[in-house]
Design a protein around this ligand. Structure first.
Ligand code: PHE
Length: 369
């Protein structure tokens, strides 16, 4: 046996005994690496006489080619075997029960919002929306706020920095600017979802986020309101009272909730009122519809003639009423949540406790689950 055929059978044995792709790589380096045994043979060719090199050169080169081919073949074998093992180990057993999954819950604000929309929709109200970032005109001026009205001031309005036109926008402090957007026809190019002028008669509700710089157990810097606006001929406070009373009965799922209207002031309504519901606060949590206490739940009134005029409507022809609910507040009352700030703390334990199943049976009062 020549030295080269000895080397070949030794190398073939090393390659054959590699049982993993990683082993095989070690063998390849031993044979064909920089100082591998076949590489060394190739290197010795350089120091041989021409005669010797002519004889030995082709033999060494053929040996190298056979080694390369053998390693490649072994590699394919090993890879196929490794894949088989992996497939066998990772086989999916479709008969196993699925691992338990955490189910999400519907946030109480969204639940209450859906309930409110369903009740008002049945009374014939449509939906309108407006932007969270408002200009002074829609948030204050068109709503008849006098220039120095305290609500415009820093302490409860979030003002944005002055923009390129010298204007300071606000995070809307209420959903009432959408009253203006609904009544006023403009030539502005607005995204389609923003209310932009309807002919009266108008009957809309406006749910949305609102912002005030305020934080305690019943106030958060961001909260949700639902505005209501009705504009028609010969509308009066009786319609307003009936609408709110009917809504409250449906929402609290009892016809017995007693309400009262208390005179109040809003720049954009005249007369203005706050509506309270009878409640009992003696036992820590609030019980609606019983007891000797009253709780304010909605601001309302007849749309001020100046507001109608600001929107191009003749107050001698059109009248109407408006109201504004705190959506989160109503949720606290109906579902007994003690602190408004928890609503927006994103604590999953709280959500699991106060949240709603997305798949519950429909509520007979609202048709919603
Ligand atoms: N915009 C008022 C508020 O945020 C509520 C309101 C709406 C009052 C509509 C009257 C009419 O307090």
């Amino acid at each position: 046996m020549t030295d080269l055929s000895k080397l070949e059978s030794a190398n073939t044995a090393i390659i054959g005994s590699a049982t993993t792709v990683a082993d095989l790589e070690t063998a390849r380096i031993e044979i064909l690496g920089k100082s591998g045994n076949v590489t060394l043979q190739l290197k010795t060719l350089g120091s041989m006489s021409d005669q010797e090199r002519r004889e030995r050169g082709p033999l060494v080169n053929q040996l190298r080619d056979r080694m390369i081919e053998y390693i490649a073949r072994r590699k394919a074998e090993l890879e196929a075997a490794e894949l088989d093992t992996k497939l066998a180990a990772e086989r999916v057993d479709l008969t196993l029960p699925p691992p338990p999954e955490r189910r999400g819950r519907v946030h109480p604000t969204m639940q209450v919002l859906d309930e409110m929309i369903a009740i008002f929709a049945e009374m014939g109200f449509g939906l309108a929306e407006g932007p969270d970032i408002e200009d002074d005109f829609h948030n204050f001026t068109a709503l008849n706020f006098p220039p120095k009205h305290p609500a415009r001031e820093m302490h409860d309005t979030f003002w944005l920095p002055q923009d390129a036109h010298g204007e300071r926008k606000v995070l809307r402090t209420h959903t009432s600017p959408v009253q203006i957007r609904t009544m006023q026809r403009t030539n502005e190019k607005l995204p389609g979802w923003i209310a932009n002028g309807q002919e009266p008669p108008i009957r809309v509700i406006v749910p949305g986020r609102t912002y005030r710089s305020d934080s305690d157990a019943t106030h958060t810097p961001m909260f949700h309101q639902m505005e209501g606006l009705v504009i028609d001929k010969a509308i009066h406070m009786g319609h307003l009272k009936w609408t709110l009373d009917t809504f409250i009965g449906r929402f609290f799922e009892t016809p017995l909730v007693e309400t009262r209207f208390r005179p109040h002031h809003f720049p954009f309504t005249e007369p203005s009122a706050e509506m309270d519901v009878r409640c009992d606060r003696s036992g820590g949590d609030v019980k609606i519809g019983q007891g000797d206490d009253w709780m304010e739940i909605v601001g309302c009134g007849m749309v001020h003639p100046n507001v109608l005029r600001n929107c191009g409507l003749d107050p001698d022809v059109w009248q109407g009423f408006a109201f504004g609910f705190g959506i989160d507040r109503l949720g606290m009352l109906k579902y007994g949540m003690p602190d408004l700030r928890d609503m927006f703390a994103s604590d999953v334990r709280w959500l699991e406790h106060y949240g709603f199943s997305a798949f519950a049976a429909p509520n007979p009062a609202t048709g919603l689950s």
